[in-house]
Design a protein around this ligand. Structure first.
Ligand SMILES: [Zn+2]
Length: 113
């Protein structure tokens, strides 16, 4: 995922929510990000500071809550968190798995004034 476009969508969603709440300023944006999303929080904050300059979100702090990867075995349906790069099922060692979570990038809430 490209951080710049992610940041743009975070900003536009936050502005939309703040507008709906008739807020005059956005102070903080809380985000939930999966490990597999590849998102680097420092990059997002950097881009955000840059593109939010002339908006009510200027100076807002981005808070990231990282979510671990969760996988599910297609054979025995065990849900597990992979320990390293080994994504085989810990119970039956089946290699066929599906990703339950870990790729998300969601805005949980925003704090406004
Ligand atoms: Zn299994």
């Amino acid at each position: 995922m490209h951080e710049y476009s992610v940041t743009e969508s975070i900003l536009s969603l936050a502005l939309e929510k703040a507008g709906a709440a008739k807020a005059s300023r956005i102070i903080q944006i809380n985000l939930v990000v999966g490990e597999l999303s590849g998102i680097v929080s420092e990059c997002i904050q950097f881009y955000f500071d840059f593109i939010s300059k002339d908006t009510i979100a200027s100076g807002a702090k981005l808070v990231f809550e990282m979510r671990p990867t969760r996988l599910k075995c297609r054979k025995c349906e065990t849900v597990f968190t992979p320990q390293n790069s080994d994504w085989a099922c810990p119970d039956c060692h089946e290699a066929g798995i599906e990703i339950v979570s870990g790729r998300e990038c969601n805005m949980e809430s925003i704090e406004v004034e």
